[in-house]
Unconditional design. Structure first.
Length: 314
């Protein structure tokens, strides 16, 4: 059953940072029509060049119509084509100022790359994902998610594959400061847990695509039972987002070689850290005590290291 209220997603502000425009375009890619996606890809390939093109020239480059370019502008929250050109020019200037000799955005690993090339590309793309996700993260929605988690009777986290590891990280952090939290990575177990939720509980589902059935179904079940639902996804128009009260978005684009959730995982972990620190801050003193207790419990289990003996010389 779909939520009665539309999920809150990040809305482009008039004073958005230059990086935010390109981040919105990357985030919108999966939900764009094929012709609109060609416009997006043309823009992302060379923002500086695209900012100098007329609307008809950009349409021709993307092998589509002027009307499609206008629909693309509206899809990313811009009212007209001149606004897109200004935003692209600012984004290109920003990338030139901070980019230096870094790799081209989105470049994949090739068979001829040196190990140094691989390191450079991975670090660049992960830093870009963090910057873009930070630029697009809706602070008001994040605050509401923090409030919901901080006051929850129990918290159930759903995720499979790489998203499960991200969910396990949040579970461990919340559990360590005294919150009743569970992580479910099996579909049947997740549905069983969701059946026991109700008002006052929180269900948080993590999926890069937002279309993983093993994650969508438990969130839907939790929503039907009145729990507050939170989605963490890279696609704000996804099925997962449509079934959530609160939607937190990442902006990470996986290239074919790195489709095994590398960049997306880093972006998800960053948002999870923001959530956790926000929750921990709500009860600062109690959190500090809990962290000290749990740290002490682990420290006692570590093997005592005796000072290394100095050779006697004989």
């Amino acid at each position: 059953m779909a939520r009665q209220e539309a999920p809150r997603t990040a809305q482009p502000a008039e004073d958005s940072s230059p990086a935010a425009t390109l981040a919105r375009i990357r985030a919108a890619l999966p939900s764009l029509a094929p012709s609109e996606r060609r416009v997006a890809e043309a823009v992302l390939t060379d923002p500086a060049q695209a900012s100098e093109l007329s609307i008809s020239a950009l349409g021709k480059q993307a092998e589509t119509s002027v009307a499609t370019v206008m629909r693309f502008c509206r899809a990313i929250g811009l009212g007209n084509y001149p606004q897109l050109r200004l935003a692209l020019a600012a984004a290109a200037a920003h990338e030139h100022a901070v980019g230096g000799e870094r790799p081209t955005p989105g470049t994949d690993i090739s068979a001829t790359d040196t190990l140094g090339d691989i390191v450079g590309k991975i670090i660049y793309n992960e830093v870009r994902a963090l910057e873009d996700s930070g630029a697009e993260l809706d602070i008001e929605v994040l605050g509401r998610a923090v409030d919901a988690l901080a006051g929850a009777r129990r918290i159930d986290i759903f995720g499979v594959g790489a998203s499960a590891f991200v969910g396990q990280d949040l579970h461990q952090k919340l559990h360590r400061i005294g919150h009743i939290a569970f992580i479910w990575t099996d579909r049947h177990a997740a549905l069983t847990a969701a059946a026991l939720l109700g008002p006052g509980d929180v269900a948080l589902a993590i999926s890069h695509s937002g279309e993983t059935e093993d994650t969508v179904e438990p969130l839907q079940a939790a929503a039907e039972r009145g729990a507050t639902t939170i989605a963490l996804t890279n696609v704000p128009r996804s099925t997962l987002a449509a079934n959530a009260d609160l939607v937190l978005t990442t902006c990470a684009r996986e290239t074919p070689f790195r489709s095994g959730a590398t960049v997306s995982r880093i972006a998800q972990l960053a948002v999870i850290d923001c959530l956790f620190v926000g929750v921990a801050q709500r009860s600062f003193d109690a959190t500090t005590v809990a962290l000290e207790k749990t740290y002490g419990a682990v420290q006692r289990r570590k093997r005592r290291q005796s000072p290394r003996q100095t050779p006697s010389g004989d």
